[in-house]
Design a protein around this ligand. Sequence first.
Ligand code: PMP
Length: 321
Amino acid sequence: CDYSPDKGWHNARIVPYQNLSIDPSTMTLHYAQSIFEGLKAYKTKDGHVNLFRPRENIKRLNASCRRLCIPTVDEEFALTAIKKLVDVDRDWIPEGDGTSLYIRPFIFATEPHIGVRPSTTYSFVIITGPVGAYYKEGINPVKIYVEPNYVRAVRGGLGEIKASANYAASLKAQVEANEKGYTQVLWLDGVEKKYIEEVGTMNVFFIIGDEIVTPELSGSILPGITRKSCIELLRHWGYNMNERRISIQEVYEAHEKGLLKEVFGTGTAAVISPVGELCWNGNVITINNGKTGPISQRLYDTLTGIQYGKLPDEFGWIEKV
Ligand code: PMP
């Protein structure tokens, strides 16, 4: 649908996937007034389609809108739009563990204008595409590079929203980490380069002794929906789960003392991504012998169990389509 100051959001429609036509001076191309979300629809054995906490994605979409001076969308309207689109795509949703329909809602400035100010017009578009299993041969721990030079986001910036520009800021470090043989970058805070923020497109958890810790929402990391779900599950299971500042030095010292038991990333794409190796300032830290740990595995099995309707939806996280 489209936004104009006189009509608000209007002209909602579902059309076949096609090109968009834009003016070369469309503001989004120049000033990055563009935000997005990512969520998945899962086909269950009994033929239902499950969405996992879609209202959380819509709330985060609106938080992104507010930060970038984009008009927000009505939560019920956006949920209905997602459900209608998933229903149209129902027959293309793959079946089987790990597979899903990826849903990408995004909003961008459409006004052709060269001066810097918020656009007056916008488009809200949702595209979808079937995705195969993230883990084809069982969960596979990843190797992560602690980024010493580049900064992805600082407090007061855009790090806590899903702005397209954040991903542009992270590309260079990602490419360099890949060249060194690492899958993803672990970002440190932008001021002291001491405290852990998040990993590429995931939040990150550490199991140190009998404590599970994830960086607090500092204002520069994305409040992940998988992160929130893991915190809720871990507390429900009785673990000592804390959100607090954690320095890379603390992680390294825990490793030296033999207390670093598991590290894992959380995000919509992989759900849980165990970390087998961390590289920080030339120190290579191997975690759990490079294997998936029991808590990472339990979280993965529980979250995917709920998503595919194999486990009861105890927490009311599923919206059926
Ligand atoms: N951090 C960043 C930067 C991300 O792009 C994502 C993926 N949306 C996450 C964390 C994880 O968020 P979620 O669990 O909502 O997918």
